[in-house]
Write a protein that binds this ligand. Structure first.
Ligand SMILES: [Zn+2]
Length: 657
């Protein structure tokens, strides 16, 4: 409706001035102006009010959208007197266009404002005026749907930065919150972008979460975005030139830390020694942080390499500060040695192993000293990596104490010294071994002697090859004497022949390789060729074709005759009995021994009964009958026991007194 139609409506008289003389024209004009003014003073406000009232009742439509003010042209007189509609989704406001003293007189617009998240169905609100029974209908529809999409790169989001959602239209009305993993944060709307501080959700890196962007107003809300997004993977330490808990043997000038992805910056990069910050600088290139040491690290100290923060190009960051512990070594330290504490060969020859490589070009003779009784032993040195072989140029005496001493100046391949001091004591083999003869099959019958005294005490084992426990016991006895050479009384020499029947021992047979029972082959009065074997039965020629027909028997008799031992201890199995041959003090020694090991002491005259078979041509009988040497014969408790020595040690020592 235009102003022209309003004029026509009120039928305003049209005056044509060119029809009348000038003075009348002038008068008419004056009168017309006055008349017009009079008419206008009444008609114009009336027309305006009418227009406003009429216009007010014309129904209107608003299609609600978030990016506009949702106002329509709707002139309203005295808007404050209007009953303004509202429902659960919208309210209508009428902003004042003309006000007097702040009181709104005229509003030209009606605006729909959401009071909650609007529904998609159309709403009709009525605004009534001046208590009239008719009202203005405003139909509000909501057809423009708003969508939000996250601004993500490669489908991943940072756990530190804001998560931005792009809206299909700007939103002037609603609030937003972001929800993930039962935590939520309020977002800020900036035009058509919603910025959510995802960093305060406390999300883990490299993990999938369902994110919900919720549009809110008051207590109402709707989900504008619901989808799974994955957070950017963390920056991790994947490699380092010094690894955690490493002992650093060299003197590095730089240390490299390799990260899982390229970083744009790394913060708080340092090396600490206890609470002291080691002077360093660092560079970051691609995914490598290089720490440059201003000066060599102190030796034999504990250090920690730490990186407080690192941010990757893709926004990933360290889940926790990097901490790599390490320590610096001193010079090479001995970690292993082949030098025994006793029983070393007379030509000393052993290898020391160090925790790291030695510098080959150094004077080992001034650093690794072999000596005996304060006198240096001239030696040769061969170095190979972490191993140093030391050999004496001269042969030491039997049972000679010596030591190896390393000073604190042994140098590593990296020219590092300190902390290398080391010493070890040893002793050359105390027992001297020799062969008293050979077996049928050519095996040596080996004897070991310890001590330098003129009086010989002889220990014999395994004259029957299947009686191996005797060999084990006498081997342990030799080991004990090696470790405790002082146990050999002054004036005495101990001779041990642990295996008098080496062929039988090798084949597990009681007999020698000629099928002769050696302990029936000695020239006692009772010797005869056919012998009774344990368990009964007769072995033809089991005593040999003649006394001492066997090389083993000959060897022991020859040896006994040559050295004339004062006592012979003869070990057999099995029976847990101790028998003396009746010569010298053999009976009292046998009694003493039996008491210690809780064996039965069998008197000499009952020996055949004890064995329950005839023992013809026995060594102990020949020793009693001919040279008159005391013999204590033991039948150990088992053929194969290896751990008997602890029970026999004391009586074995006692018989030496
Ligand atoms: Zn035997």
């Amino acid at each position: 409706m235009t102003k022209k139609t309003i004029t026509q409506l009120f039928n305003y008289p049209v005056i044509r001035l060119d029809d009348i003389p000038f003075t009348r024209k002038l008068h008419r004009l004056h009168m017309n102006i006055l008349g017009f003014a009079k008419v206008s003073a009444f008609l114009l406000p009336t027309a305006l009010v009418a227009y406003l009232l009429f216009g007010f009742y014309v129904p209107s439509k608003i299609n609600f959208a978030t990016h506009t003010d949702n106002c329509i042209f709707a002139p309203t007189l005295l808007p404050n007197t209007a009953k303004v509609a509202s429902d659960e989704h919208y309210k209508i406001s009428m902003p004042a266009k003309i006000s007097i003293n702040g009181y709104p007189i005229v509003s030209t617009r009606m605006c729909a404002e959401p009071t909650s998240i609007p529904s998609s169905s159309a709403k009709t609100l009525a605004v009534s005026q001046l208590k009239l029974p008719i009202s203005k209908k405003i139909q509000i529809t909501n057809t423009a749907s708003l969508s939000a999409s996250p601004r993500v790169k490669d489908g991943t989001i940072s756990t530190k930065n804001n998560l931005i959602f792009e809206l299909s239209k700007p939103d002037l009305f609603f609030d937003y919150e972001l929800v993930a993993d039962d935590k939520k944060v309020d977002c800020i709307v900036q035009g058509d972008a919603v910025s959510c501080p995802a960093g305060s959700l406390g999300l883990s890196q490299g993990q999938a979460y369902v994110f919900v962007l919720r549009q809110k107003l008051g207590s109402s809300s709707q989900e504008l975005f619901t989808n799974e997004l994955t957070t950017i993977t963390s920056v991790d330490l994947v490699n380092s030139s010094i690894t955690n808990n490493q002992i650093v043997y060299d003197a590095p000038t730089t240390i490299q830390l390799t990260l899982s992805k390229p970083v744009v910056r790394a913060g708080d990069v340092k090396i600490m020694q206890d609470t002291i910050v080691v002077p360093t600088t660092h560079t970051t290139a691609d995914n490598v942080i290089t720490i440059i040491l201003d000066a060599p690290l102190e030796r034999q100290k504990q250090y920690v390499i730490s990186v407080g923060s690192a941010v990757a190009i893709d926004g990933g960051h360290l889940e926790a500060p990097i901490a790599v512990n390490f320590s610096t070594s001193g010079g090479p330290k001995v970690t292993g040695s082949t030098l025994p504490s006793s029983k070393s060969s007379l030509t000393v020859d052993f290898t020391l192993t160090f925790d790291h490589s030695l510098k080959p070009e150094q004077d080992f003779s001034s650093v690794v000293l072999l000596s005996s009784g304060g006198q240096p032993i001239s030696s040769t040195y061969n170095v190979s990596g972490t191993q140093l072989r030391v050999r004496s140029k001269v042969q030491l005496a039997s049972c000679q104490d010596f030591s190896v001493n390393i000073s604190d100046t042994l140098m590593s391949a990296y020219d590092i010294t300190d902390g290398t001091a080391y010493s070890a004591n040893s002793r050359t083999q105390c027992s001297r071994s020799f062969s008293i003869g050979k077996s049928v099959q050519g095996r040596d019958i080996t004897a070991y002697s310890i001590g330098n005294g003129p009086e010989k005490v002889l220990y014999i084992g395994s004259i029957h090859g299947n009686e191996k426990s005797a060999y084990y016991l006498l081997s342990s006895w030799l080991d004990y004497l090696e470790a405790n050479p002082g146990a050999v009384p002054a004036g005495k020499t101990i001779v041990v022949i642990p295996k008098l029947n080496p062929d039988g021992f090798a084949s597990g047979s009681r007999f020698n390789a000629n099928n002769v029972d050696l302990n029936r082959n000695f020239a006692s009065a009772s010797w005869k060729p056919d012998v009774v074997v344990p368990g009964g039965g007769t072995l033809v020629n089991g005593g040999g074709t003649s006394p001492l027909s066997e090389p083993e028997s000959q060897a022991i008799v020859t040896y006994i005759n040559s050295v004339g031992p004062s006592l012979i201890m003869s070990y057999h199995s099995q029976g847990s009995i101790v028998i003396a041959n009746g010569s010298g003090n053999s009976n009292s020694l046998a009694s003493m021994y039996a008491g210690f090991v809780d064996y039965q002491h069998v008197a000499t005259e009952e020996s055949s009964e004890a064995f329950e078979h005839e023992t013809t041509g026995a060594l102990e009988d020949w020793l009693h009958e001919v040279p008159g040497i005391p013999v204590v014969l033991l039948e150990l408790s088992s053929h194969s026991a290896t751990g008997l020595f602890p029970y026999h040690k004391q009586p074995m020592l006692n018989v030496l007194r």
